[in-house]
Design a protein around this ligand. Structure first.
Ligand code: ZN
Length: 89
């Protein structure tokens, strides 16, 4: 289930105009809009549940896939901090 703040990607062409050019587009959901929303590409007003991109534009929720945020590497790699190998001739 997509909710505000989720990172989502457009995985299907828009339903109204079937344009694929936004596929692969990733954005952060600004909210969920249940009602009429304007298509970003053709401007057609469409009713349904959409994920808001900004203001009153967004994508139909059916066209989107939630992206799980990549695991934030809190575990600092064991970068060899010990640089004591000072092998000067
Ligand atoms: Zn459209």
């Amino acid at each position: 289930m997509i909710k505000k703040g989720d990172l989502v990607m457009v995985v299907k062409p828009t339903l109204c105009c079937d344009r694929p050019e936004r596929m692969g587009f990733v954005f952060e959901a600004q909210g969920i809009h249940d009602g009429i929303i304007e298509c970003l590409l053709c401007g057609e007003e469409r009713e349904g549940v959409s994920v808001v991109l900004e203001n009153d534009t967004g994508f139909p929720i059916e066209c989107l896939m939630k992206i799980d945020p990549p695991a934030t590497g809190e575990t600092t790699k064991d970068a060899t901090t010990a640089r004591t190998s000072d092998d000067r001739p």
